[in-house]
Write a protein that binds this ligand. Sequence first.
Ligand code: ADP
Length: 627
Amino acid sequence: MKRSENKMTLGRAFRANNRAFKLIYNHYPQMVLSHLISVVWNALTPYIGIFLSALVIDELVGNRDVKQIQMLVVIALAAAAIIALGTAFLNKWKETQNAGWWLKIEHIVSEKMIDTDYVNLDDTHTAEMLSTIRQNFNGGGWGLGRVVAYYGELFSSVFTILGGLALTISLFVIKVPADKGTFTVFNNPFVVLGIILLMLAVTFVAPMLNNKADSYYAKHANSHNLGNRLCSFFGYLGYYGALATDVRMYRQDKICERYNNDKEDTFGSNGLFAHYARGPMGLYRAAGAAVSVIFTGLVYVFVCLKALAGAFGLGLVTQYVASIAKVSGGMSSLVSNIGLMCNNTPFLELTFEYLDIPNNMYQGSLTVEKRRDRKYKVEFRNVSFKYPGSDSYALRNVNMKFEIGKRLAVVGMNGSGKTTFIKLLCRLYDPTEGEILLNGIDIRKYNYREYMDIFSVVFQDFKLLSLKLGENVAGTIDYDKDLVIDCLKKAGFTDRFIKMKDGTETYLYKDYDYKNGVDVSGGEAQKIAIARALYKNAPFIILDEPTAALDPIAEAEIYEKFDGIAGDKTAIYISHRLSSCKFCDEIAVFHEGAVIQQGTHAELVSDESGKYYELWNAQAQYYVERS
Ligand code: ADP
């Protein structure tokens, strides 16, 4: 984060904060408005009480007119009731609109993750930025999460200052009677100016000292994040399935305890923040508090001396003291708030750096023709591809035509480019060289969403959501229950399905519904993923090799079964196990990113000098059981 090392200026801080404010306002206008209107209301209404009490006190020590006092008390009570009502109404509005604000702010960042080009997710710098933004937010609340509160404080302090000044100005203007000897010094404009300047200076010093103390948190946000990361990882060691077994087996908790409870660590008693709290942070805070007390003392002395000299009565003493304290509080929070906005600026800038990552993939607008006959001709023409930041080709000069309604197998060793080939077909990446055509037109020219609609893929590393089974299969909240059940049946999930008492409404896993959610095995999850692909009913159906440690025979069975249910769709199967795919109409053999052989199983296996023959024989030992 180079920019954070540059000098912080008010212009820079306000540019970043204003942009963040607009961004949040555009997403959640009611949330922002309810917050701001509430704080302005809360800033101004106390003055009504201060003003009315001063009038009551003046009347009490002055004329003591009972009628007048009664009237003032009634007005004060009525005002208090209206204020309380307004406050309650605004609080309710604010709380309703601000419910889940943490998630709302998170949403602005996660929205980008969905909208960004898939290729951007591969970039390690993007991953690092995103993780830092999240840690800053979850750790110290830094970044977008603080902005609305800062603007609230800003408005609140400005209105507090204005309201307070309106009730305070007369303190400096009302003159001490000319016969009051030395007290008349308070009538000298230079003395008045000097007192105002002194008050202002003291008012600014206290929050600046506090800001200095706070800046240690911002400066050391990385250590704070590291502390949080250690805590959230080691704290759950014994709990998460994947970790819990090894922890018990190798007593890893002992090693981890050393990291988790280290006194020298970020939050330890000898750690960084404890060190600062005992040192400069503590000193700055104490000095800030001391200066505030001195300020209040000064105000009392000045106001009381003027009252003693006969400039005004007792009622105004309470009004002045209360409103000056408010003005000073307003100034303090204004200054400390601006300081906090400066501290938060580098965190916002990092968020914008992330949100501004451009989408460079060309977005075409051609409509993909809806064809009942599923006649979509897709062709790879001399396609080569390098992953961003990689020097070597993951695919080289691939030419391929998909025969409509046929079965194509893509085989090859791990790392030979099979998955990359599918990712290009689905336009998760664009080719580095060459082009992919749909019905003779470069796929980049089509509307991306419509183009994606012609593919159903069960990716190698597919994931299901911890939501209802039916929602998982359909990918929507409202789903066609019969169709879901039919797809699950075709995918071979019936045995497990009949044991689910909530049927398609059963929650998968425990994350959403801890009590009733059900766990499914890797193989069962795969069947659900296949049902999901079938439900989409796209013209192309693609099955990437199952990652779960299925034995070769089980894998072959899945593929053959799938062949039956793929019907008239164009199907593509990917595997590094040749036997799984030998029933296909055509087999393409990938090797080091290139298609080195293409043909039927019979043709390929008869070419004894070819790679297919070599791989077939190397793997033959696994398939004996089937023949
Ligand atoms: P297969 O599916 O045949 O196992 P892949 O298509 O996954 O092979 O990988 C082809 C090549 O591209 C491999 O050398 C792999 O290391 C590389 N590769 C895959 N994914 C990425 C990525 N995201 N970034 C950089 N290189 C990658």
